[in-house]
Design a protein. Structure first.
Length: 654
């Protein structure tokens, strides 16, 4: 089979586009080519020195600066290193020279010249260079750009754990003429309105800005995916799969992530019905309980069981056990929708009555989840859970949400990411004309969704199977087979899980779009009686519409671009120091280890202080240090009472 050029695959639009931005002409930011890199570095150095800004505070920053300049400029970067180091009060020419020589001939653990630009940007020196224009690391494959593919700069971009790079992911390379701001890879501008299910027209019509439209479409499709009953299913790789999606949208402050809160209104009609059902059940329960209490003890029989309040929303700010209870009350389904990822981050770091990360990983593939608490006589077992997850956050929150442990165990690769670009520094027009509040628009869409929800709920004995046509199946397999083979050759077997899950999410998008098209078509013909006309009594299969298949592929073209770059930055399971061990540390031990300094030596006393700060028992801290040193071998003892984390470079000597 012919090898797929994945970079072109990511950028091509499967459907015609009325107006396609011209990257080379429409970009308003100067794109510095690698040949101009030294000039750009010189300009940034001059800006830093003229303002007296020292970016070398702390050994790690000083060392990383040396690695970054050595990567980008080689020997030519030495003078710049001296210039910037001289801004520090403890500058010593000889020591500075030795440091640069060591970094020039050493390994920077993936640190590139982009780190230098990121450090400058953090202190207010704005860059004119894009994140992708910097010189790639030494040893990178620059000989044939056409063969790099969609993850094409994956090897050059890669900087495991270097989350300063994450801020650069939203750097811009395409101009959106409608808003005169820079945007990254997008998809809504590649879609024709007429090719979408009419249910989605309000999103398209009320968010003309490309990035805002992308954002709201992703939120809408995710929430719809979470409430589709299990009577809509498909057979994928020999297993039953359902619609729920996992998405993370991230961007800096001021990128209007809060608009997504309006999408919550999509599920309010369903939430209202569930609340009404609960209140009716509580009234009946109160009558039964009162009658039960009035009987003699010998005549009472079993005590009436109090109803459980259910809701489409599963609160992320809950223990894992509370989530199990919510899913159980909902008969196995729910939606995690959080506009602040810190909420889920805090819960993932806890180890209270169950592993939240384990729950999320299993639910993504509908694997059975169970919780047993003998003391409370609780035994919950949910077969084929259906959970959708939608989070928004800043780039700085991502490493906390997805540390090495959640990369190693596969949680990170279950998400599709979208990076919101930085717009102009401007106060947007808060009085822009809108016919009605945005929340009302999505609430009306929620009301339109109700008939589909009801119709599928009633088909417990007549489920509908979603299927691709033969031609769609052939294209699907050929596309992702080509993607897998190219990336396997470049990056090895660690990329397989990412590609496999990417294909599954594409399949789910096609399922959601196809059932929304059925809803749209019926609403257009039977506005007064949508529910009874959605499916025929003897209908067993729902065949994917070609337009919906193309739309799903277009969305994935975009999301794979964003996701691959995030996945590159957060690393792979090999970056987890515990990945090669047969026995893994528990969550508390891992959290304590991750809180310890990574860039310098630390003392037992300091480790105990850190333990106290994160709520880890101080008495356990010293014992855990010994475990990390002797059992897991992720620490090295420098001197008595002094430790340092084992780096990837010297782990083989431990």
């Amino acid at each position: 089979m012919q090898k797929i050029d994945l970079l072109k695959w990511a950028q091509m639009s499967p459907t015609p586009v009325a107006t396609e931005p011209n990257v080379s002409q429409s970009a308003t930011t100067t794109m510095i080519q690698p040949a101009d890199l030294e000039t750009e570095v010189q300009q940034v150095v001059q800006a830093l020195t003229s303002r007296g800004i020292d970016i070398t505070v702390g050994y790690a920053n000083w060392r990383n600066l040396a690695f970054a300049l050595a990567d980008g400029l080689g020997e030519s970067g030495r003078s710049h290193f001296h210039t910037l180091s001289s801004l520090h009060a403890d500058y010593n020419y000889t020591e500075c020279d030795k440091q640069y020589t060591a970094c020039l001939h050493g390994r920077g653990s993936g640190i590139t010249i982009k780190t230098f630009f990121a450090m400058a940007k953090e202190v207010g020196v704005q860059l004119r260079v894009s994140a992708n224009s910097a010189k790639p690391p030494h040893g990178g494959n620059n000989e044939n750009d056409e063969k790099r593919g969609i993850l094409g700069d994956f090897t050059n971009f890669r900087q495991p754990g270097g989350m300063a790079e994450l801020a650069e992911l939203a750097e811009t390379d395409v101009s959106d003429s409608s808003s005169d701001r820079m945007i990254g890879e997008t998809f809504s501008n590649r879609l024709k309105r007429a090719d979408l299910p009419s249910y989605l027209y309000p999103v398209i019509d009320n968010h003309p800005d490309t990035v805002a439209c992308d954002k709201m479409l992703l939120g809408t499709l995710n929430l719809v995916s979470g409430v589709l009953p299990d009577t809509l299913y498909s057979i994928y790789d020999g297993r039953k799969v359902f619609a729920p999606l996992y998405n993370i949208i991230f961007g800096r402050f001021g990128t209007l992530k809060g608009e997504l809160e309006a999408c919550r209104q999509l599920l309010m009609p369903i939430k209202r019905e569930m609340r009404c059902s609960y209140e009716a059940a509580m009234k009946e329960y109160a009558l039964e309980k009162s009658a039960w209490e009035m009987r003699n003890k010998g005549e009472r029989g079993p005590e009436p069981k109090e109803p459980v309040l259910s809701s489409p929303f599963v609160t992320a700010n809950s223990s894992a056990s509370a989530v199990y209870r919510q899913l159980d009350a909902n008969q196995g389904w729910g939606v995690v929708f959080e506009t602040e990822a810190d909420t889920l981050t805090n819960m993932l770091s806890k180890n209270e009555y169950g592993d939240y990360s384990d729950l999320l990983r299993k639910a993504h593939h509908h694997e059975t989840i169970a919780m047993v608490r003998v003391s409370d006589r609780i035994h919950i077992e949910i077969e084929k859970p259906r959970l959708s997850v939608f989070l928004t956050c800043t780039g700085s929150q991502l490493p906390l949400l997805l540390p090495a442990s959640n990369v190693a165990n596969g949680l990170a690769s279950r998400f599709l990411f979208y990076a919101l670009p930085n717009g102009k520094v401007t106060f947007h027009n808060v009085f822009a004309k809108r016919d009605c509040p945005i929340e009302e628009i999505y609430k009306a869409m929620g009301e339109q969704l109700l008939p589909l929800y009801h119709a599928l709920q009633k088909r417990k004995n007549q489920p509908i199977q979603f299927v691709l046509s033969d031609s769609q199946q052939n294209r699907f397999v050929e596309t992702f087979d080509g993607l897998l083979h190219e990336q396997f050759q470049m990056l090895g077997e660690g990329i397989q899980g990412f590609v496999f899950r990417l294909a599954l999410e594409c399949f789910r998008y096609a399922m959601i779009l196809t059932v929304l098209r059925r809803l749209s078509d019926v609403q257009g013909r039977h506005e007064d009686d949508v529910e009874s006309h959605l499916f025929d009594d003897d209908e067993q299969a729902l065949i994917c519409n070609d337009k919906d298949f193309e739309t799903a592929m277009t969305i994935i073209h975009c999301l794979v671009n964003h996701t691959a770059r995030v996945y590159a930055v957060i690393g792979t399971k090999e970056d987890d120091p515990f990945c090669q061990l047969g026995e893994q540390p528990n969550q508390s031990e891992r959290k304590f280890y991750e809180a310890l300094p990574s860039d310098r030596m630390f003392t037992t006393k300091e480790a105990k202080s850190i333990a106290n700060q994160i709520g880890y028992p101080v008495r356990s801290a010293e014992r855990t240090l010994g475990t990390l040193y002797l059992k897991y071998r992720v620490l090295v003892k420098v001197n008595r009472g002094q430790y340092q984390k084992v780096t990837k470079q010297d782990s083989s000597t431990v």
